[in-house]
Design a protein around this ligand. Structure first.
Ligand SMILES: *[C@@H]1O[C@H](CO)[C@@H](O)[C@H](O)[C@H]1NC(C)=O
Length: 425
């Protein structure tokens, strides 16, 4: 009996302690939320209701009122650098911002994102006076601007590991590499060298995915080979849209959606091309050296600034002035840059407000601007390449984090070089 009384008393004390402990915790959470909402009030707030976004983890600046409703401020910085004028994209941006301002229930919640081709054509002819003079691919981009829900053909839902039982399976760095179906050799070179999956120094887990669309109807059918490759390596993601230059923003958006869903805990993402050379050990050392506040707001690479649209219709990156008129915000060159995992969800959500722009890295620059995340320049990222005479120099490869456009053979040679015990630099 005596024992029983002591036991009950202990239970009582433990319960009281737990009640006390949780109430302080709640109090603290309430304070954090208040601090967040006391940030300087921005005029605009985005409310996104989205069943795609299943993990309402609450990075700084977010408050989650309901499981699938995300509310966060949109900085007016983007509206300050982009002029309000008659160009189509500029008009779209400002009308969207106004609609956020006006209504309690902005159209974001209703936007179907499945306005493809035909539906959009009349709208474009009315709004873009010289639409007929645009290059064919540019017209195709405009027609698909609001066509954002291509089906996923090859997904790897377990790519990032369960994240559960063993802490090791948490992904520290995810390589998200833009490729196209026919680039088998480039992908293999990446797998065998800098993109190799595994646990690196100090238990940091690195994972790799390739992002692909589909080849055009005039190309040989590679779907069987691709599905074999995907089964073998489990690192191929593919969506049902044409893998063209002007669809890269769509590709980036699909990747954000996939990551928010299947890899929400990733610490950092390296987004880049399948033909670059990356010094993975140096990249990891750099990422580990960051202090916590920076690690959550990282957007680093070769920063292109000041930058503005190219107006030569023959250029790969031609932008007609009736489509976009104004400078570009500073952005990290798309050949390869790093971004914090905690920014992916905000980026995905803000992309609901910012109209698609045909150049993917410029688009990320616009979105980060709206999130008030500034790009940071790092001279280790050479997306425009080093001097001709340094291209075979192993020591130069060892010094940098990323080098521009390399053949698969060159990548293998240099990777062997920087990892050789004989190397003295
Ligand atoms: C993007 O992909 C869609 C779907 O396959 C296609 O209709 C469109 O023409 C592509 N856009 C460009 C600019 O290639």
């Amino acid at each position: 009996m005596r024992h029983f009384q002591t036991f009950s008393a202990m239970i009582l004390i433990v319960s009281l302690f737990l009640i006390f402990f949780y109430s302080t915790q709640l109090h603290q959470t309430a304070n954090t939320l208040r601090v967040v909402s006391e940030k300087p009030p921005k005029q605009l707030e985005l409310h996104v209701q989205d069943s795609d976004v299943k993990h309402p983890s609450t990075p700084e600046g977010f408050t989650t009122t309901d499981l699938n409703v995300h509310k966060f401020p949109i900085s007016d910085e983007l509206g300050q650098i982009i002029p309000q004028n008659g160009a189509y994209w500029n008009r779209l941006l400002f009308s969207t911002l106004r609609s956020l301002d006006d209504s309690e229930n902005p159209f974001m919640n209703e936007h179907p994102w499945s306005v493809c081709r035909q539906e959009n054509e009349d709208l474009l002819r009315i709004n873009v006076h010289d639409f007929n003079s645009y290059p064919v691919l540019f017209k195709a981009f405009l027609q698909g601007m609001n066509c954002r829900s291509p089906p996923i053909l090859i997904s790897q839902p377990d790519r990032c590991g369960s994240g559960g039982k063993d802490g090791n399976s948490q992904t520290f760095l995810l390589f998200a590499i833009k490729s196209v179906p026919r680039n088998f050799e480039q992908r293999q070179a990446v797998r065998e060298t800098w993109g190799r999956e595994g646990v690196y120094q100090r238990g940091l887990r690195v994972r790799l995915v390739f992002l692909l669309g589909t080849s055009s109807e005039n190309d040989p059918d590679l779907s069987k080979l691709l599905s074999y490759e995907a089964k073998l390596y489990k690192d191929v993601l593919q969506w049902d849209f044409q893998d063209t230059l002007l669809n890269l923003t769509l590709k980036m958006n699909m990747f954000l959606k996939w990551t928010v869903k299947h890899c929400p805990q990733v610490s950092f993402v390296f987004s880049g091309d399948d033909d670059v050379f990356v010094n993975t050990p140096a990249l990891l050392t750099y990422l580990q050296s960051l202090d916590a506040s920076k690690a959550f707001q990282l957007y680093v690479g070769h920063i292109i600034s000041p930058a503005s649209p190219l107006r030569d219709p023959k250029s790969k990156y031609y932008i007609p002035s009736s489509f976009y008129d104004g400078p570009y915000p500073p952005y990290a060159g798309g050949g390869g840059f790093l971004i914090s995992g905690s920014l992916l969800q905000p980026l995905y959500l803000i992309s609901r407000v910012i109209p698609f722009f045909p150049i993917d890295d410029v688009y990320i620059g616009m979105c980060t601007k709206a999130l008030e995340v500034s790009p940071e320049a790092h001279k280790g990222f050479q997306t425009f390449d080093v001097k001709e005479q340094d291209r075979e120099n192993v020591c130069v490869h060892k010094e940098h984090l990323l080098l521009h456009q390399r053949s698969p053979q060159h990548i293998k040679r240099m990777w062997k070089g920087i990892n050789s015990p004989l190397l003295t630099c």
